[in-house]
Structure formats: structure tokens, C-alpha cells
Write a protein that binds this ligand. Sequence first.
Ligand code: FAD
Length: 506
Amino acid sequence: MQNQALKDIVIVGGGTAGWMTAAALSTMLNGRYNIRLVESDEIGIVGVGEATIPMIQRFNRVLGIDEHEFMRETQGSFKLGIEFVNWGKQGERYMHGFGRLGQDLATVPFDQYWQKMRRAGKAAPLEEYSISRMAAKANRFMPARHDVPNSPLRDIAYAYHFDASLYARYLRKLAETRGVTRIEGKIARATQRQGGEHDGFVDAVVLENGERVEGELFIDCSGFRGLLIEQTLHTGYEDWTGWLPADRALAVPCESAARMTPYTSATAHQSGWQWRIPLQHRTGNGHVYCSRFISDDEAASTLLANLDGKALGEPRLIKFQTGMRKQAWNRNVVAIGLAGGFLEPLESTSIHMIQSGIQRLVDFFPDQRWSAIDREEFNRQSRFEYERIRDFIVLHYKLNQRTDSSYWLECANMAIPATLQRKMDMYRSHGRVVRVDNELFSEVGWIQVLEGQNMPIDGYHPLADTQSEADIADYLESVRGVIAQCVKVMPTHDEYIAKMCAARKN
Ligand code: FAD
């Protein structure tokens, strides 16, 4: 039996989603498909989205991207985690660091021994058992050293910060070199097949100048507007603002601080929170907030009052609605990026979801038969990913003990998804986190937020008691000591960048 392959792929939109898709497909489809990308300079891109999670390294590897060249070209810096300030109670801070916590000892996970010793007043703070967190705190960075046996230096996990516009430009160059054709123009409308087996399938997008761009598979990367998935196919959107009430962001870059921190900061304010993303040529900042609780002017004042240096322009307002498209794949349109849905950037997950959307598309790549079961599975997996990431983000809001504003009180008292309630109940019972299937955030991620925001627990794993307190104390102390020693030998983040991947000064 012969597959009847498709030939023509049209990507609608040239933001991060469009160019990541174009770069990945032009690499992975081996030149067998005709890939065109339509974008409009007049409309432009959302232009934020500058912090990532470690999985992006896999994306870069598949594309054959050289890390240092990539950092130079995008004014990038390294990211070992996210520092959360004022989230549990005001004045508190903790970090969600990448990579593992501690080292394996015996029957139960590291954190269970830590819980036992903490109850006995004999454990250091959780962060001291994570090399990423301790390195971030000391402003130090280097990639993992896999040649050093049994060392925490093997466990350094990291992601990137980069300039979103430079990232799109970088990927565009790469995709065009690999055969993608870019078409400049504003799409006025889409046309659909009438009748037959594929009634309602999109068959072309029509530009304002009248040009028709025909295709078989359309990938909607047109941003929040969802040009094909919503405006043409009316797929529908599931609104999650009941759980994640923030609906606006103001973004503004500012001059760099004296030192470039190897982590993103997320500082909670009265009615939202502010990101800080250090790059080589500037720092990116934004205030994510809920317009029911604060005006745009007040939000802008808060943002501008909390910058490292001089603002480089006026704050730019972005409105959004948290949620997901009811189907990411409808007929012959697959939505990737903001066209498919949006979860606020608290855990820097959107670019990852572009990456996983592309991977899913490759896994279930269609041919002329347009298999319904493949499409359903694609949509099931997309939903699962969205819902599980949503739960993790909602946790940060639900688990706050702030009493200084009605916003935070409302968040603490809100009803939460049943799947999140179960996770929290499970943790409360014996400090256990159960990772369901291949959900994005691992046990270590959940534990850091649960502990960082003061989740009370009723007890720890009973089998942690099978080791003596003295043995566990020695073990914890040796892990902590080795990590502290390792951090001391690491270069500072600034030194590493200056030596390996300094960008040109403009
Ligand atoms: P866009 O950038 O909006 O691109 C849409 C494209 O479609 C453009 O090229 C546009 O020209 C084109 N287009 C639209 N209509 C037409 C038309 N009619 N004709 C022709 N072309 C058209 N993600 C992270 O991973 N980390 C973060 O730190 C992060 N921070 C964020 C902060 C905020 C406030 C927001 C809103 C998002 C953030 N994101 C973050 C998400 C991230 O910005 C997006 O996932 C990413 O930029 C992808 O956007 P996009 O390509 O889907 O859409």
C-alpha cells in the first residue's frame, strides 16, 4: 500500500511560532514538501516571549543550531530557573530551578529524606541541594560537565533568554536557507472547498493584493487572532480566566543592570506580577495583571517604578484571554502558537508548547487520507498538555498567603481544577507528587513551588524512616557540601558569556 503524500504546506504567520515551525519542518521533512510562509510586516509580531525552559535545547539540536552562535545572534543569556518574589507571603522569595534536587540515597526520593530531616530541624533550605539554584543565587553559570563522574556538575540544566525579534530573524534565515519560501502580504480572507469528502477544508489564503496562496495543509501561526482556526473555521475557544484571571500585560525593555543574572525573575505585585529577563543588550520587563483590579495607568506606573535602569520606550499594552482552542487541529488547519491558545508566561511555557505542537504534528503528519483518529489523538495530547501546564500555573496563584490585596485573596479562595486539587491533596497527605503520563513539569518542579509557597503537609513517606537519622544527616550534608564546592569553581554568568558567546555591541 502506497501513502498518498501531501505536497503543499502553507504556514500563516511569521512570529516565533511561524518561523519555529518553518525551520523545524524544513529540516525534518527532508526537502520533500513545498513549504511557504505568509506574513505581514504591517501587522508585525507580538514581540514578547523571551524566556524558555530547558527542552528548547532539544529543538536546537534537531535543527543543528550551534549554541554559542545562537546566543550571539539573539543577544541571549542563560537561564537556570525562575526566582519568585512575594508569591507565598510578601517579602518571601524562592527559586524554581531546573534539573534535579539532591542525589539518590535509598528507597524513597531525595525530597522525602529532606522532609523527614526538616521536621527534625536538621535540614538546610531545599535550595541548597540544587546546583542550579545555588549557581543562580551566586550569579554563576556553566553547562553540565558530563565527563566528571558522580558530580553535581553533571546535573546543571539550563534554558535561554533571548530577544524575540532577533530569534524570529535567526530562524527565518535558517528556514529560508533550507528551502522555505516567504511571502510578504496581508491575508484578506481564506477560501474553503465546497462539497465532497473534504467540504470546508481551507484551500487557499487570499492576500489583499489578490494573490491566492493555495495549499493542502495549513498551519495557523497567526497569533491571538487565529485567522484560520477561528476566523475561518469557528473552532471555538475555552476560556480559563476563572482560574487565571490576569488578562493584560504591559511590556517595556530597559537598560541592562550591572550584572546579568542567569535566571528570570517573577515578582508579585498587588494585582499581578512583573517579569524581568536579562539579555546582553537590554533587560526585558513586563507587568502581567488583571484589569478588574488595576487600571492600565496604575499598572504602567508599577512597572516603571520597578526597572533596573532607564526604560527604552513606552510600555506596550497586550490584551489576552487565557485558555485554549477547542481543537488545535480542525479539518486541514493545525494551530500552533498563540493561535492555539495562551497560558500566561509565569513559567515560560509558550515557546515550549510551540515546540511540542510541531513535534506532535510530525508524529501525526497527515497524508491525503486525513485520518480522523490521528487528528483526534493530536487534539487529545494537545489538551492534556495545556491542562497540566494550566494546573501548574494555577498552583502559584492558589497557594498564596497574601492578605494585602483583594486580588490575592480572590486567588487564594478560588475553586481550582479537580486535577490540581488532587495533586495538592496528594502532596498534603505524604509529600508525594505523582507525575501523570508525560506531563511537562516533573516532581521536582512541583515540589519547589509547593515548598516555596509554604504548602503544609501532614506527613512524609513512611519508608524514609527505614534509614537512620544519622545516616540521612551525613548524606544531606555531603550533598550540600559538594554542591557548594562545585558552585565555587563555576565562572560567573558574565564571564562565561564574555568568553564564549558575547554578542556584537550595537
Ligand atoms: P505572533 O507573534 O503574534 O505572530 C503572528 C504572525 O501572524 C505575525 O507574523 C503576523 O504578521 C502574522 N499575521 C497575522 N495576521 C495576518 C494577516 N492577516 N496576514 C498576514 N500575516 C498575518 N512565551 C515564552 O515561552 N516565554 C515567555 O517569556 C513569554 N512571555 C510572554 C509574555 C506575554 C505578555 C505574552 C502575551 C506572551 C508571552 N509568551 C512567552 C508567548 C510568546 O510570545 C508566543 O508564544 C510567541 O511569541 C509566539 O507568538 P506567535 O508566533 O504565535 O504570534
